[in-house]
Design a protein around this ligand. Structure first.
Ligand SMILES: Nc1ncnc2c1ncn2[C@@H]1O[C@H](COP(=O)(O)OP(=O)(O)OP(=O)(O)O)[C@@H](O)[C@H]1O
Ligand SMILES: [Mg+2]
Length: 372
């Protein structure tokens, strides 16, 4: 049984009947606009928030249809006939409905974005009308836009720093080869080839930065992971030689195809080998093993350098975290992102202070028979 403060059929069949004071007080204390319509689409209650948001008073609907006052035109400027209005559709079908990305019109002639729900009003088991609850989304949309803009700027910032970092590596390689050629005082066609391809890399990286708004596609292709590692080792060799470090590799002969973005995986090995070189004082060894385990290529980059204390281990991969005077602290962040997010792989690190560090990367092996 409805009590005396409940909506009654009487309220719904007779639009002039006011709500009880208690019900009107409750409705008026709510921030959302709330109104009710009977089965003839006549407004039977209208709260204070609805009045504030639309500028209309309930008496304005005595001679005017509510739809034609607040909901006549859609966000694209097209007239919305009554029979296309979701509120009336829900009213006729007795269904609940949630509508977003719509607009309502203020008495002043301006519109505002809304989100609303339509719920059937049931009286004694009979459908007697609908209650519509609407929210002004202006502030929410503004906040969303600010967040999106902020996110974009933060990604641009991270990209720029990451790319600056990527350019630094080939420049270091170029410097190494220049020094080697200078020390030997002879032209070496092999060095020339490597230097030339490093200039190409710098060029393509700069191109990537310039076209950030329309990012250049980085193509996924099948590459033998051992070949990529081998090429990187060749690139890093000059830096290692200058520090009296040997880079040793071990793998068997079979091809290990990985579906990957070549320059990104190379970047990973450059970052890990560079860290290993920096962790080794004069002299030392970097070992790189590639094996197959459970359908995955497992690549280990191991150094016998100074190791990583637990407090550094906990922070590794955080942007800008570096214990080095000239480190940007982006190498591992970029590395983790490339392996985990772009190549569906895993990366782990084990380390003991003064004994050394091993980075283990696992990448899914591409089935050579799979057609892409
Ligand atoms: N093989 C390693 N041995 C010892 N410490 C390491 C090793 N690899 C990484 N670290 C530690 O992790 C930190 C973060 O490494 P990361 O590569 O992200 O930045 P970075 O090397 O300091 O700077 P850069 O941006 O030039 O790479 C390093 O500063 C270092 O303390
Ligand atoms: Mg580094």
């Amino acid at each position: 049984m409805p009590n005396e403060n409940s909506l009654t059929a009487n309220h719904l069949t007779n639009g002039t009947e006011p709500l009880t004071n208690v019900n009107q007080l409750i409705l008026d204390s709510v921030a959302e606009g709330i109104y009710g319509i009977d089965l003839d689409a006549k407004v039977i209650f209208w709260n204070k928030a609805a009045e504030r948001l639309t500028g209309y008073h309930i008496s304005d609907f005595r001679y005017h249809n509510l739809h034609e006052l607040i909901h006549h035109t859609d966000p694209h400027g097209k007239h919305v006939p009554l029979h296309h209005c979701p509120v009336y559709h829900a009213l006729n079908s007795g269904e609940s409905m949630f509508v977003k990305d719509d607009i309502f019109w203020h008495k002043s002639g301006s519109s505002f974005p809304v989100e609303y729900t339509v719920q059937p009003i049931m009286v004694d088991g009979h459908h007697a009308g609908s209650v519509i609850t609407f929210r002004d989304m202006t502030e929410k949309l503004k906040t969303d836009e600010i967040i999106q803009q902020w996110e974009k700027l933060s990604v641009v910032g991270q990209m720029a720093a990451g790319i600056a970092h990527e350019i630094r590596n080939p420049i270091t390689t170029l410097k190494g080869f220049l020094k080697l050629m200078h020390a030997k005082n002879e032209y070496n066609p092999e060095y020339y080839q490597i230097m030339d391809s490093e200039f190409d890399r710098i060029e393509s990286i700069i191109q990537e930065l310039l076209t950030f708004s329309k990012p250049q596609s980085s193509y996924y292709e099948n590459h033998d992971i051992k070949e990529l590692v081998q090429q990187v080792v060749q690139l890093m060799q000059p830096q290692a030689i200058f520090k009296n470090i040997s880079i040793n590799t071990a793998w068997d002969e079979s091809t290990l195809p990985i579906w990957c973005i070549e320059h990104q995986l190379k970047q990973v090995f450059i970052n890990l080998i560079k860290n290993a070189i920096e962790a080794l004082d004069d002299g030392g060894e970097i070992r790189i093993d590639v094996v197959v385990q459970e359908g995955e290529a497992v690549i280990r980059v191991k150094d016998n350098g100074l190791g990583i204390p637990p407090e550094v281990l906990a922070k590794m991969g955080e942007p800008f975290y570096s214990t080095k005077e000239k480190g940007t602290g982006l190498g591992l962040m970029v590395t983790f992102n490339i392996i985990r997010n772009n190549h569906n792989g895993h990366i782990y690190v084990e380390s003991k202070t003064n004994e050394g560090t091993t980075f283990t990367i696992k990448l899914p092996l591409e089935n050579v028979n799979t057609s892409r």
